[in-house]
Structures are given as C-alpha cells and as structure tokens.
Write a protein that binds this ligand. Structure first.
Ligand SMILES: Cc1cc2nc3c(=O)[nH]c(=O)nc-3n(C[C@H](O)[C@H](O)[C@H](O)COP(=O)(O)O)c2cc1C
Length: 399
C-alpha cells in the first residue's frame, strides 16, 4: 500500500503546473449576475464543441450555475487580476465596480476579457471533492487580442512569449507559414542582443507586422502584432528596394503630397547602397506610433487609413539619413531593417531590430546590422522553395 498523500504536499506539487484564469459567470435565481474564478477551464472536444471546468462541491456559485444550466467562461487578461481576486471570494458583491454586458444568451460577459465562451451544461461528472462540468458551446469570441492572466505556484503572472505571430487572417496565411520558419531565428537574435525583433511583409497595399520576438522596448505591449499600416514611403523601404516594379508601385501609392518631407527614390537608392534600412527617433515617428496602436489591428477603416496616411506623410529625415557615419551628427537610431529573400531572390519579408538602446554608438549599430543580416540569411536558407506559391503576390519582386 502506498503512503497516503499529504494534502499540503499535493497542493504544493500541483501548484507547479501553470494555468490560465477564467471567471465562470451565470445568472442567479433572481436574475442577478454570479461568478467564480477557476483555473480548471479546459477545451474538451471540437465536434461536438465541448469545454469543461471543475468546481468544488462546496461552491455556491457552481450550485447556481448547475441550477441555471448555462454559463459563460471569461478568459481573464493580464490586467484583470483584481477581477480574479473578486471572483475568488465568497459573497454577493463580486461584480461591484466591474463592467459587463450580456452575452448573446444573456449571461454576464466581462468587458476587456481576452475571450468568452457561452455554454449550456451538457454533463456533470462526479470527481472526488469536485465536479467535472462539461459545457456545450453555444457561442464564443476572442475580441481583445491581449495577453492572458496566469496563475503559478500560488501567484499571478503574465505570459512572456518568446515570439508572437499575427492571427491567421485570410490574406496572411502564406506569409505566416513563412514567418513560422523565421520565428526561432528571431527569438535567438532577440535573446542574444536583448532587443525586439520584428518580421513584417507587404500584403496588398499594407505593411503588416507578422511576428515579434523578444521584449518590446519602452514598456510597449505586444498587441502590435497583426498591425497594418499603409505601405507608402518612407515605410517599408527594404521591402521594395530590390525590385523596380515594387519600388514604382510604392512611390505611386504615395501620390503627390505637398507635405512630403523626402524623395522616395532617394530613400530606395540609399537602402540599396547600404543593404539595410534605418529609422531614427523623431517627434513625427512618435506621433505616428502613439496614434496607431490599436486602431490598425485587423485592418484599417477608410477613415483610419486617411488619418494614418497623413501622419506617414509627415515623416521625413528620420528615415534613411545619408550621413549616418558623420562624426558630427548624432542620431538616436530607433530601428534597422533588412530584407529576407526567398530561393528565387524575391523579398518575402523584412526583419527589423527595434528599440535599440538610446546611447547605441554607430559601431554598435553596425554590430546589430551584422547580426540582423546574418539572421535574415539563416531565414532565407530555411525557407521552403515557394516556386509555385507565387499565388501570393510577393511584393518585393526580384533581387
Ligand atoms: C487562480 C484561482 C483558480 C481557482 N480555480 C478554481 C477551480 O478550478 N475550481 C474551484 O472550485 N475553485 C477555484 N478557485 C476558488 C474559487 O474561485 C472560490 O473558491 C469560489 O469562487 C468561492 O466562491 P463561491 O462559493 O461563490 O463559488 C480558484 C481560485 C483562484 C484564485
């Protein structure tokens, strides 16, 4: 006979398994909202669509949920620790100060949760001092592309991804397949150089941030993955500079703006000559960054596109300065980008090292460029030969 398991030891050992955190909500007997925090939420079956959570048999909220026969799982974001604490206490004041809206079936859906899954109770299985409640999914969505709250060894934390890739929107599928090859190489580069590494590509008339690796500088969040900006000068020069048709289309997209601060052809010439593209910090770039953060995820509205275009038009000398190595000039270099070629010498994406230290000397920048170029060459060698896959219009053209 084996030794009985000490409950404290059981808790301690099982605490080494990290979980996400969800608030399972429902409506009480008099219609008011009820909810409880769970770490035991799991996806069970795709066909039929089933999920489960394991409430303790003592839980009052669980008893209410089982009477109602329906529940809504709210996957909590990293910023929702207070909500998790509120739903983990007993009592009737768990929703105080929390904003929520009804789900399609009228159950409480917490604002700003990462995802919500509405279910009817399909089965309840007895499991020691807990139940296994199986829910059949009736509707679900993940409206907020933010990082989840985690629970590990009795404490809250957040997910620190090695890299993140954009969600598989229809026109990105082929690009994401290519960027998957790049991600381990990007992670390696980001970790070794303690910078953020980005992969972006030209998709239709946009430049799309496909994946990031490493920690963003300056406390930015990771939510920029999937972000789209109009691919017009001076953005994304390294994506067009190796193809005359791509360059011409890029310049034509810019149109004739009186406010333009640069000559696009000159930008292309400098990038071709250097082999890489550079952006330095400027107020215009900061303004663009701060105004585009959330609005540009999952595509631009016509209004958003016009507003962003105006900001891009105001960018100027911070892109591709030609006197980078002039000892009398001091630039605060923000990012450097290099093209990634496929086996047919077409530019399929660009890799960028972003958030260089403000005091990076020119020699340091050269080193980043060397490492970045080396990473881009590794990605090129690892890419599959997508000969016939030119069904994706790869914007960069040929070398
Ligand atoms: C991170 C975390 C995860 C939890 N996971 C579960 C769980 O999976 N099942 C459960 O019964 N209780 C879990 N709890 C505890 C319940 O939230 C808590 O006991 C319950 O909400 C008490 O209120 P009630 O009696 O109204 O249900 C968890 C608590 C925290 C903080």
């Amino acid at each position: 006979m084996s030794e009985p398991i000490d409950p404290q030891h059981f808790r301690h050992v099982l605490g080494h398994f990290p979980t996400g955190v969800a608030a399972v909500t429902s409506c009480g007997d008099t219609g008011g909202p009820v909810g409880m925090t769970v770490g035991s939420f799991i996806s069970v079956s795709l066909s039929p669509p089933l999920v489960a959570f394991l409430p303790g048999k003592q839980s009052r909220t669980s008893a209410t949920i089982l009477r109602n026969g329906r529940f809504c799982v709210n996957v909590l974001g990293a910023h929702q620790e207070p909500a998790s604490r509120a739903f983990a206490t007993g009592g009737d004041r768990k929703f105080d100060g929390l904003d929520w809206t009804p789900s399609p079936g009228g159950l409480p859906r917490l604002d700003n949760a990462v995802a919500w899954i509405e279910c009817t109770v399909d089965a309840v299985h007895d499991a020691g001092d807990h139940d296994i409640v199986i829910g059949r999914v009736t509707s679900l969505d993940a409206p907020e592309p933010s990082l989840p709250l985690l629970f590990f060894q009795g404490g809250y934390g957040r997910f620190a991804p090695l890299s993140l890739a954009a969600a598989g929107e229809a026109d990105l599928v082929e690009h994401l397949r290519l960027v998957d090859v790049a991600r381990p190489i990007m992670e390696d580069l980001a970790e070794r150089n303690r910078v953020e590494c980005l992969a972006s590509a030209a998709v239709s008339e946009d430049i799309v941030l496909l994946a990031t690796a490493g920690t963003p500088a300056g406390g930015r969040t990771y939510s920029r993955v999937g972000q789209r900006l109009p691919h017009i000068p001076p953005l994304g020069t390294a994506l067009v500079a190796w193809s005359e048709p791509a360059t011409q289309a890029w310049i034509a997209r810019a149109g004739d703006t009186a406010t333009r601060q640069h000559d696009p052809q000159q930008l292309v010439d400098r990038v071709r000559a250097r082999g890489w593209s550079v952006a330095t910090w400027s107020d215009s770039l900061r303004k663009l960054e701060s105004s585009v953060d959330d609005t540009t995820l999952h595509g631009l509205t016509p209004h958003g596109r016009r507003a962003v275009r105006q900001l891009v038009d105001q960018l100027g000398s911070e892109h591709e300065p030609d006197d980078l190595h002039d000892p009398n000039q001091h630039y605060r270099i923000r990012s450097v980008s290099v093209p990634v070629f496929d086996a047919r010498q077409r530019v399929v994406m660009q890799l960028t090292v972003d958030g260089l230290p403000p005091d990076a000397a020119h020699a340091d920048v050269d080193l980043y460029v060397t490492h970045l170029t080396h990473a881009a060459e590794r990605v090129s060698r690892a890419l599959p030969d997508t000969g016939q896959a030119a069904s994706v219009p790869i914007a960069g053209g040929h070398r």
